[in-house]
Design a binder for this molecule. Structure first.
Ligand code: 5AD
Ligand code: SF4
Length: 511
């Protein structure tokens, strides 16, 4: 090659060979970033119809056992069902005893500090098992893994952890396990960009009576106190036909109750750009499926549209119980929480729901002790609670979450004051709950029997359509069935009743 030819050849771009260097790396390391997680990318979410485990991983779990401990919400419980399904496809068997597990996973929750502290405590405790059995793999997944500070803390202080992965890549469990077996270092694989929607993931459901069905992932609301939009990514809805198919299959398998899940379920469908289809449309379809009860959780007052209310008012298998988190009764606090509604809007919405669905039961979530919440603002929350007459509430003391706007707010409310407010709120919650239960004495209610009560085998336990716990004596053959129960006595948080008859579809009753 002469000089001229050499220069010419340098100008011609050689196609670059795409080389995969990953096999040369000993560890997989993708760390989370809260800043990146906050970005709402314009990229389209991709839908994958099928999940497949690479053949080389099948049999990985032969003679091995797994144990998963779940913290937090129902979404996490359901993610655990998916991971258990993947483990079982890989050939692992489940165990209830940590000491005999070959893989231990902690599926974590980041919503409040005490949830995180529990996980760190458990991680410390697991060191004992790891010392006894150095082959044991310990993994941390779920919402805490999506937080930078948590991953850094694990890297520094919990080096007996073998793998950390997040909420967007649980379908990568086979690869992550494989890497953890091969690597001497901690495998960290956390995606800050939300994942795609993957259908047909295997599931090992924990019950055979009630089932969870995801309808959407993520949250775009960014309430100022909440870590969820960072840990679960942007809103992505599953396609309606996939959800309808899953519910149909569950009905055919004999499930009696479906809980539709999403961090903000009534934003369902907002992200579709090819169809106009929202939660009301989905509920209207699901109503036609032959399954006794369908619920959803959790909803945001701002997205609770009139069409949804109209559809819910049709009743049938759509239960007359709505969980509607209000968080606070003060307009100033709602504003700094960035809830994007006022007390007046919320009360109007409640009136609309009550008018459309007579006798509807409403439950809620409330946070007390928000930064600088005054006594008057707290009183407004108590007042709103009474005005709505909620049946029950989950109540929390505000917990600062690193990376959220509220965590930067200066706070002048003492810990003592926050605890006192929680105490006073809980007294009101108990009063209203007791009143609602008392009102049921003498009435006959439909109960879905879930099993025997924790304390006595001959006492069965189940929930009404409005999610009230009922205990009554009856033959265990009614477990998994719908029965009518006459309420004899209201306790503080449950009801005692007397079995009347089985509710049959044909309208004949079995005593
Ligand atoms: N502190 C206290 N409670 C919180 N929640 C969410 N984030 C926080 C926080 N930082 C509560 C809200 C929400 C429920 C699931 O948890 O009430 O509705
Ligand atoms: Fe968190 Fe719910 Fe607000 Fe979303 S709507 S940011 S999940 S409290």
């Amino acid at each position: 090659m002469n000089e001229e030819q050499r220069l010419a050849s340098q100008q011609i771009k050689q196609p670059k060979e795409e080389k995969d260097y990953s096999k040369y790396f000993e560890k997989v390391f993708t760390a989370p970033s809260l800043k990146d997680a906050k970005k709402r990318g314009k990229e389209e979410v991709k839908y994958h119809k099928d999940f497949d485990i690479e053949e080389k991983y099948l049999g990985m779990g032969q003679d091995r056992k797994f144990y998963i401990r779940t913290y937090g919400c129902q979404m996490n419980e359901h993610d655990t069902e998916v991971m258990a399904g993947i483990f079982m496809q890989l050939g692992y068997t489940p165990t209830e005893m940590i000491e005999e597990a070959d893989v231990v996973l902690l599926n974590t929750c980041a919503i409040r500090e005490n949830a995180e502290n529990k996980v760190f405590g458990e991680l410390g405790f697991l060191l004992k098992y790891k010392r006894k059995n150095p082959e044991m793999l310990i993994g941390v997944c779920g919402c805490m893994s999506q937080e930078e500070s948590v991953v850094n803390k694990i890297l520094k202080q919990y080096q007996h952890v073998d793998m950390v992965f997040g909420t967007h890549n649980i379908h990568r469990l086979p690869n992550i396990l494989h890497d953890a077996y091969m690597s001497k270092e901690m495998v960290v694989e956390v995606w800050s960009k939300e994942g795609d929607v993957i259908e047909n993931l295997p599931k090992k459901r924990i019950g055979s009576i009630k089932a969870w069905v995801n309808i959407m992932y993520g949250c775009d609301k960014f309430c100022t106190y909440c870590i969820v939009p960072y840990t679960r990514g942007k809103e992505r809805s599953r396609r309606p036909e996939e959800i309808i198919q899953e519910v149909r299959e569950l009905a055919a398998q004999g499930y009696k109750e479906i809980m539709l899940l999403g961090q903000n379920v009534n934003a369902y469908g907002k992200d579709f750009d090819d169809i106009e289809y929202r939660l009301g449309d989905l509920m209207d379809e699901l109503r036609k499926i032959d399954i006794p009860r369908i619920r959803f959780t959790t909803s945001h007052p701002r997205d609770f549209d009139d069409h949804l209310i109209k559809v819910l008012a049709k009743g049938g298998n759509l239960v007359d119980h709505i969980h509607l988190p209000v968080q606070s009764g003060s307009n100033e606090i709602l504003k700094i929480m960035a809830r994007k509604y006022t007390r007046e809007h919320f009360l109007q919405l409640v009136d609309k729901i009550k008018a459309a669905i007579p006798g509807v039961t409403l439950t809620t979530d409330i946070i007390v002790g928000y930064p600088n919440e005054t006594e008057e603002q707290f009183q407004e929350t108590l007042d709103l609670y009474r005005q709505v007459g909620f049946d029950m509430a989950f109540t929390y003391i505000y917990s600062p979450r690193e990376g959220t706007p509220a965590a930067k707010m200066v706070d002048n409310v003492t810990e003592e004051e926050k605890k006192d407010r929680l105490h006073r709120l809980n007294a009101v919650v108990s009063e209203y709950s007791a009143k609602a239960l008392k009102g049921l004495e003498g009435q006959t209610v439909e109960v879905l029997v879930e099993g025997s009560s924790k304390r006595r085998d001959d006492v069965l336990a189940g929930y009404t359509r409005k999610n009230r716990l009922v205990n009554f004596k009856a033959d265990p053959k009614f477990i998994g069935k719908l029965v009518n129960v006459k309420i004899l006595e209201a306790k503080s948080y449950s009801l005692m009743g007397e079995f009347v008859e089985e509710v049959t579809k044909e309208g004949e009753f079995v005593k």
